[in-house]
Design a protein around this ligand. Structure first.
Ligand SMILES: Nc1nc2c(c(=O)[nH]1)N[C@H]1C(S)=C(S)[C@@H](COP(=O)(O)O)O[C@H]1N2
Ligand SMILES: [Mo]
Length: 370
């Protein structure tokens, strides 16, 4: 028996299990997509051990990270509606009837707190706004596991109610009201999705109202996450620039020498973890060619080092698949022109199926790792 609801009396009628289940399945689906795509993003940025990641399809990360942000944003109205439906249960009396009930309530409290934390921090991260002192990535990652665990427990505890309401076709007294609520909720999810998803789904870019970035805004029609000034990279003087490639046969190139090497072209997206992505036309020197010249063994990993002196994104690592992919370039040109300083002049890495944070700008060293 469920404990009875004590006064205050709730007059809204849709605080029933069937409505909670109807919203819950969409919320659950959004969380599942968000969790799986979040794990993909995490492992692409922090490969466990020597995991070799695929470099194809070139748009793989663009898709998974676009889905991560879109499902997270869609989950916001869904979570608010779900909380509205179930909040009278906060006031059940007596608050705890047994140990099992206490544990169940504790797990729901964790679930709600964790879910709110994930959606709030994720949303603020898309705007690069960090009004807190902890480090976003580890906190967002750890709480994702907590929420997923609490969610599985919640589904197990509620299995009988879910089963009872999942496939009940006969309409009950609340059917019409519930349908209106669900229609309004669908409209809300549609609205937040359509006004943000254009940041990664370029055909819808003109509908972007609330996403922090317009895919077209930025030098050379490509957004910039961190400008040269923000990264502390001053004006790069052409005659002072050097590319150093280490390895069995290390060498150094001037910018003129780099430009004189065979140039290749690639259409590849920048897909930022924060949810925006944009395809662009790049040209430059294949990293495979640069590594061959240094006598790097075919299985070598490569550390890519920026002129930037401080900050987390000044260094990235290429696994052997990405390092040898013919589409992985040390790009010198973007959309037909030399790179803008904010896009990494004079040289930046661009590789297929790779998070934006790893597409290192202002590259000055390639270190062959044994
Ligand atoms: N050296 C360096 N490279 C960097 C960054 C950085 O801060 N420093 N930012 C990364 C991030 S988060 C993204 S999304 C892409 C953005 O590239 P763009 O500014 O050319 O669009 O560059 C990446 N390369
Ligand atoms: Mo990014």
């Amino acid at each position: 028996m469920k404990p009875h609801v004590s006064p205050p009396v709730f007059t809204g009628r849709l605080h029933d299990p069937r409505t909670a289940t109807a919203i819950g399945r969409w919320l659950g689906a959004a969380f599942l997509v968000c969790f799986v795509t979040g794990l993909i993003s995490h492992f692409m940025q922090h490969p466990p051990g020597r995991l070799i990641l695929p470099s194809r399809p070139v748009w793989g990360y663009r898709l998974t990270q676009g889905l991560h942000i879109a499902s997270g944003i869609a989950a916001i109205p869904l979570l608010l509606a779900k909380l509205w439906t179930v909040y009278p249960r906060l006031f059940t009396w007596p608050p705890v009837t047994s140990l099992r009930h206490a544990l169940e309530r504790l797990s729901v409290a964790l679930l709600v707190a964790g879910a709110l934390f994930e959606l709030a921090t994720g949303l603020l991260n898309t705007a690069q706004w960090y009004p807190w002192t902890f480090s976003f990535v580890p906190a967002h990652y750890a709480v994702a596991w907590l929420v997923t665990g609490a969610l599985l427990l919640h589904l197990a505890v509620k299995a009988p109610e879910i089963r009872a309401h999942w496939k009940r076709h006969a309409s009950d007294a609340l059917a019409t009201e519930r349908r209106s609520l669900l229609r309004a909720l669908t409209a809300a999810v549609g609205a937040v999705t359509l006004t943000t998803v254009g940041q990664s789904l370029t055909p819808l870019k003109n509908l972007v109202l609330f996403a922090p970035r317009q895919p077209d805004h930025g030098p050379q029609s490509l957004p910039v996450n961190r400008t040269a000034a923000q990264a502390g990279v001053g004006r790069v003087h052409d005659d002072e620039y050097r590319l150093v490639v280490t390895g069995p046969r290390p060498y150094t190139l001037t910018l003129a020498e780099l430009r004189a090497l065979p140039q290749h072209e690639a259409d590849l997206p920048i897909a930022c973890v924060e949810g925006w992505s944009r395809s662009a036309h790049w040209s430059g020197v294949r990293t495979a060619d640069l590594l061959d010249r240094a006598g790097a063994p075919p299985h070598a990993r490569v550390r890519v080092v920026s002129l930037q002196l401080r900050g987390g994104y000044r260094v990235s690592e290429l696994d052997r698949t990405h390092a040898r992919d013919p589409l992985t370039l040390l790009a010198l040109r973007l959309n037909g022109d030399e790179l803008h300083p904010d896009h990494g002049y004079p040289a930046r890495l661009i590789a297929p199926n790779r998070p934006g944070v790893l597409q290192t700008k202002w590259v000055t060293r390639l270190e062959v790792l044994s």
